[in-house]
Design a protein around this ligand. Structure first.
Ligand code: PPS
Length: 293
């Protein structure tokens, strides 16, 4: 199948975006959330698929193997703002879901979230990941996914990333604005890739408390095994091997799954520059995300 050319980025209400995530905008903004919808939001490459699968197993793990072995994760947890020309849009896919609650993925900055999610007081799980690992993961994702703008070489990509000239804009704006929203909004649960990596059991318990779920010890153990990186990497229903625009030979979607892989990419000079920008951008933010554990 012939793939469309790589998309260009443009300024969309002040945020760098592409057509693939803006061309269904009116339907996204008018989307009718239901009170029990659960929205999973991250800056790209922060652990969306990991947390989507965790939530899918928490809610639907008991439904028998068919869901887990025959429905790819992007169909179980549709991508709200996705609008590829050749496929049903994210909003259409969500509206066709027959299971409750509906689990919905998004990378939207907080100011773009459709108002019905706030009106319905939906539960929102926000996952942050340290800015350096996000940059590395996003770079490799751009290389392998023809639906992404061409990332170019690593050095020029990192420059663009630091300027917010990548899809969904600046990491800093995304994370800081969601963190600030969380301070006044009790229906947002904030977690991080690093916390999940460090202590999955603890983060699972925090998630369950937030969601009002109480899986048995046995269910938790089964879930923790299923969502291990190596198991997800081999699982065709969650490793995105069913998506034609992704060339997993260039770089697998389940690439490394590690904290601090940035150390294998950043030069000393790049790291010093990044740290300067980070210090400046985060100076008024109380959120601390470790970039190594
Ligand atoms: S996307 O395209 O924005 O939805 O990508 P997203 O799922 O947010 O992030 C992909 C990165 O998450 C890693 N990943 C995991 N790490 C640890 N454990 C598990 N189970 C896991 N599942 C996915 C995935 O490998 C990508 O990170 P990198 O650093 O590229 O390996």
């Amino acid at each position: 199948m012939e793939l469309p050319p790589r998309p260009a980025t443009f300024n969309f209400h002040g945020v760098c975006m592409t057509e693939i995530v803006t061309s269904n905008w009116d339907n996204v903004q008018d989307f009718k959330a239901k009170p029990d919808d659960v929205l999973i939001v991250t800056y790209p490459k922060a652990g969306t698929t990991w947390v989507s699968y965790i939530l899918d197993l928490l809610y639907f793990g008991h439904m028998g193997p068919e869901r887990q072995t025959s429905i790819p994760i992007n169909k179980r947890v549709p991508f709200l703002e996705m609008a590829k020309r050749t496929l049903p849009t994210g909003t259409e896919t969500i509206n066709q879901l027959t299971t409750t609650p509906r689990l919905i993925k998004s990378h939207l900055p907080v100011q773009f979230v459709p108002k019905s999610f706030w009106e319905q007081r939906c539960k929102i799980v926000y996952v942050a990941r340290n800015a350096k690992d996000c940059a590395v993961s996003y770079f490799h994702f751009g290389r392998m996914n023809k639906s992404q703008p061409d990332p170019g070489d690593w050095n020029s990509y990192l420059e663009k990333y630091m300027e917010g000239q990548v899809t969904y804009g600046l990491w800093f704006d995304h994370v800081i604005n969601w963190w600030e929203k969380k301070q006044t909004c009790s229906n947002i649960h904030f977690t991080s890739y690093e916390d999940l990596s460090q202590d999955l059991g603890r983060e699972l318990d925090r998630l369950c408390t937030f969601l009002g779920l109480s899986p048995s010890a046995e269910e938790k153990e089964r879930l923790k095994a299923a969502v291990k990186f190596d198991n997800m990497k081999e699982n065709k229903m969650v490793n995105y091997s069913t998506v034609p625009s992704m060339d997993q030979k260039v770089s697998p979607f389940m690439r490394k799954g590690k904290v601090a892989d940035w150390k294998n990419h950043f030069t000393v000079a790049q790291n010093e520059k990044f740290d300067e920008v980070y210090k400046q951008k985060m100076k008024n933010c109380t959120l601390k995300i470790c970039s190594e554990i």
